[in-house]
Design a protein around this ligand. Structure first.
Ligand code: SF4
Length: 81
């Protein structure tokens, strides 16, 4: 499972931070930070989701009010949003 975080879309509401500890707050930027995320294109960060964090990652994606977090299965199929 993979997570993709769109920093440009993020509006810093930080609900994701409460759901999964891979997300932290960058209050000066008003954005979340995806720890361990690799920037695959400008402002778009991706990383693997560990097996034991899949539920947390899904909750983080579902709770984001602007759909800045997307979840993909191992076949590249988008599960959320
Ligand atoms: S919940 Fe969405 S808008 Fe809020 S900080 Fe996380 S990614 Fe950004």
């Amino acid at each position: 499972m993979q997570v993709e975080f769109d920093e440009d879309t993020c509006i810093g509401m930080y609900q994701c931070v409460a759901e999964w500890d891979a997300f932290s707050k960058d209050k000066s930027a008003g954005k979340a930070v995806l720890e361990g995320g690799e920037e695959k294109e400008e402002g778009m960060f991706v990383r693997e989701v560990p097996d034991d964090a899949e539920l947390d990652a899904k909750f983080a994606a579902r709770t984001c009010p602007v759909d800045a977090i997307a979840i993909y299965d191992d076949d590249g199929e988008q599960l959320i949003p």
